[in-house]
Design a protein around this ligand. Structure first.
Ligand code: HPA
Ligand code: ZN
Length: 350
């Protein structure tokens, strides 16, 4: 016998590095326009000759104090002014995927808001093709499989959404699903029954924001009237025990965004977040970043902060990661690949 025996335990340095590798997850609740970082906003403004109403980065960052969903939406829509060309949409998408890969994201279902661009005079082709051009090779380039979700602004009339969906279908846009976002209260899911019927007929998957600021009854409407497969946010389901039982029994996925809920004051602090109670109730919850450039972090940041406040067990973190993969609209083959990757991991988020 010759040679040196392998040490039985990993050196500390190697182990520390392994511990820093985040779990493989699917990000299911992500608005691509909410990934525009302040630096990119300024760079795109300069490239496009757009004058921003902020003297510099610090002045822009000072605006990232939100009192509710609407106060965020006002800034989110205003900052979109810098998105003018296909290249701008492509650069924004590439920047997200680069950062998401570091966060452990292996599959991403990306929402975009076509109406928010059309209303500024940006053609559907510009925003769709700009984002889609990067998504087309995301798996080769970033190790992240992706699909695109057309999200509709619920504070606009249903006729507007119907017209835009027609336009997307006419141009054969590579969309896999539809979603519903923007100002929730006063704009219940029932307002969009025809839109969801049309999307279903077109073979699209269905999701909708519900129960973020709006009441638990909006979640019921999204399920019963829109026939959605998944609920974005959904945290207010906890106010209705019958609804919780229904969501648990039907394994309806809830794409929860903890840092978003804190920054938009849906909860007072992260320690008040219902995520542990949702897990304990047996709900099918995942962790997502929503608008990471605005809410203080990507998926890994959400996991890290949850871990600090709640001391989630490795089992809980693995369950959250597995839920995200099972709840995705990815192919069964891709899901199996990601679950294999997850099952091969012993260590979890720092
Ligand atoms: N809620 C509703 N609409 C949105 C959000 C959100 O968190 N982010 C972008 N549009
Ligand atoms: Zn959202």
């Amino acid at each position: 016998m010759g040679g040196t025996a392998e040490p039985e335990t990993e050196p500390d340095a190697v182990r520390a590095e392994v511990l820093a590798i985040p779990l493989p997850v699917a990000e299911l609740h992500l608005h691509i326009e909410g990934t525009l970082q302040p630096e990119l906003i300024f760079a795109l403004a300069e490239r496009n000759g757009i004058e921003l109403p902020y003297a510099g980065l610090d002045e822009l960052r000072e605006r990232y104090e939100f009192t509710d969903l609407q106060s965020f939406l006002d800034l989110y829509y205003a900052n979109m002014a810098v998105l003018q060309t296909e290249q701008d949409f492509a650069d924004m998408t590439r920047a997200y995927l680069e950062r998401a890969a570091v966060a452990g994201v292996r599959h991403a279902e990306i929402m975009m808001d076509p109406q928010a661009h059309l209303s500024r005079g940006i053609p559907l082709e510009t925003c769709v093709n700009g984002v889609a051009s990067v998504l087309a090779t995301s798996q080769e380039d970033f190790g992240i499989s992706t699909l695109l979700i057309a999200a509709f602004l619920r504070d606009l009339p249903e006729e507007s959404a119907l017209g835009v969906l027609d336009g997307l279908l006419a141009m054969n846009a590579p969309i896999a699903a539809v979603g519903l976002d923007s100002a929730e209260v006063g704009n219940p899911p029932s307002k969009f029954e025809r839109l969801y019927d049309k999307a279903r007929e077109a073979g699209l998957r269905l999701t909708a924001h519900a129960g973020e600021e709006g009441p638990a009854s909006y979640i019921v409407e999204a399920l019963d009237i829109l026939g959605v497969e998944r609920i974005d946010h959904g945290i207010r389901c906890m106010e209705d025990p019958d609804l919780v039982e229904r969501l648990v029994d039907a394994r309806i996925p809830l794409t929860v965004c903890p840092l978003s809920n804190v920054r938009l004051r849906a909860v007072d602090t992260l320690a008040d977040h219902p995520l542990p109670a949702m897990l304990a109730a047996g709900l099918n919850v995942s962790v997502n970043s929503d608008d990471p450039a605005y809410f203080g972090g990507y998926v890994d940041d959400n996991f890290a902060q949850l871990g600090m406040v709640f001391e989630l067990s490795d089992f809980d973190k693995a369950r959250l990661a597995a839920n995200s993969i099972h709840s995705s609209f990815a192919s069964e083959e891709r899901k199996a690949e990601l679950l294999d990757e997850l099952n091969g991991r012993e260590v979890t988020h720092p």
